[in-house]
Write a protein that binds this ligand. Structure first.
Ligand code: G4P
Length: 314
């Protein structure tokens, strides 16, 4: 595969959300940063440190059911080492959900103690959930609120206003629309976010994206890929275009004349990855640097002969 084309997506409504978040910060006691377990590095908003400043923060790693559990454990250690409180959850099977509010209370223990001294323990805790589009903000709020009060919207880019949701246990929650940042620091970030559905598909070259995803998965998760799409033996070490064509053929997605329908296959692959159907996959481990992915963008033919695909675990 050749160089990674930069993906950027920062529409006007996100600039508005960014301002709204700044204004809303003073209304809350804690910021909950929701990130995607499959791409924990890319799904962290680099602007958040600047905004949140001294405000207490909790990282919630969502979609753990779709990620490699060993890698998620490594991320939890990574956050612990950095003294950043973090919990891992998934909104599909509700694993870990019960730990969220206790973790919020733990982070806010000093504030709660102060309130208690002043006889104000009844005051609700106010938290704001921030995260990229499609990371699961509405799902988490619905799960915590045990209702369908927050609208779950599956398309990134749909603007939603600021809304408060009262949870039963004295916690008020402020939902923010999904937000990205004006420029991804590295093309890898844009690509990983696009894989997960955080970037509007209309601005993406879906075929290219699916080829890239297949190429990367074929290195670290070949067996899952081969199982899902019934890939043939020659798919080991195959490039992205070859893999996408094979997926199209195996799924019977053919154009008149028998050529593989790459467009349909691309949509299928991306949908299935986003829906966790290919298997439990983590694209980023704490020890991975963006350099690792860059090397993978332009494979060195001499290395290829020795079988690149062996290293790394995410
Ligand atoms: P957002 O508010 O941050 O934009 O995200 P939202 O909750 O709308 O979730 C986006 C998609 O991610 C939804 O899938 C949702 O079901 C899925 N999702 C949320 N949390 C989890 C999780 O922990 N694990 C997994 N595997 N998926 C999760 P969808 O296909 O767009 O809709 P649907 O499947 O709910 O119909």
């Amino acid at each position: 595969m050749n160089d990674i084309p930069p993906i950027q997506w920062f529409p006007g409504h996100m600039a508005k959300t960014r301002r709204l978040m700044g204004e809303s910060l003073k209304l809350v006691d804690i910021v909950v940063e929701l990130i995607d377990a499959r791409v924990p590095r890319s799904s962290r908003n680099p602007e958040l440190d600047k905004w949140v400043k001294g405000k207490p923060r909790l990282v919630v790693i969502n979609k753990c059911d779709a990620a490699d559990s060993n890698v998620t454990q490594k991320w939890l250690h990574w956050f612990e080492e950095k003294n950043i409180p973090a919990v891992a959850v998934d909104c599909k099977t509700k694993q870990g959900i019960k730990s969220v509010i206790p973790a919020v209370r733990k982070v806010l223990a000093p504030e709660l103690a102060k309130r208690s001294e002043k006889g104000m323990s009844g005051k609700p805790l106010r938290m704001m959930i921030v995260g990229i589009p499609n990371v699961g903000k509405s799902s988490l709020i619905n799960t915590l609120a045990k209702s369908k009060r927050a609208k779950v919207e599956d398309r990134p880019g749909v603007t939603r206003g600021r809304q408060w949701v009262s949870l039963e246990n004295g916690v008020d929650l402020l939902d923010m629309p999904g937000v990205l940042w004006p420029k991804f620091e590295d093309p890898i970030v844009g690509e990983h976010l696009a894989f997960t559905g955080a970037v509007k598909d209309d601005v993406l070259d879906m075929e290219w994206l699916a080829m890239r995803l297949l190429f990367l998965l074929n290195m670290d998760y070949h067996n899952l890929l081969a199982q899902r799409y019934g890939l043939e033996e020659d798919s080991i070490g195959m490039d992205g275009p070859g893999l996408l064509a094979q997926v199209a053929r195996r799924r019977g997605m053919l154009l008149p004349g028998g050529l593989p329908n790459l467009e349909r296959a691309a949509v299928t692959v991306l949908d299935e990855f986003r829906g966790g159907k290919i298997g439990r996959i983590s694209l980023e481990a704490p020890e991975d640097t963006f350099a690792k992915f860059k090397e993978r963008a332009i494979p060195d033919p001499t290395q290829e002969e020795q079988g690149t695909g062996e290293e790394g675990d995410a």
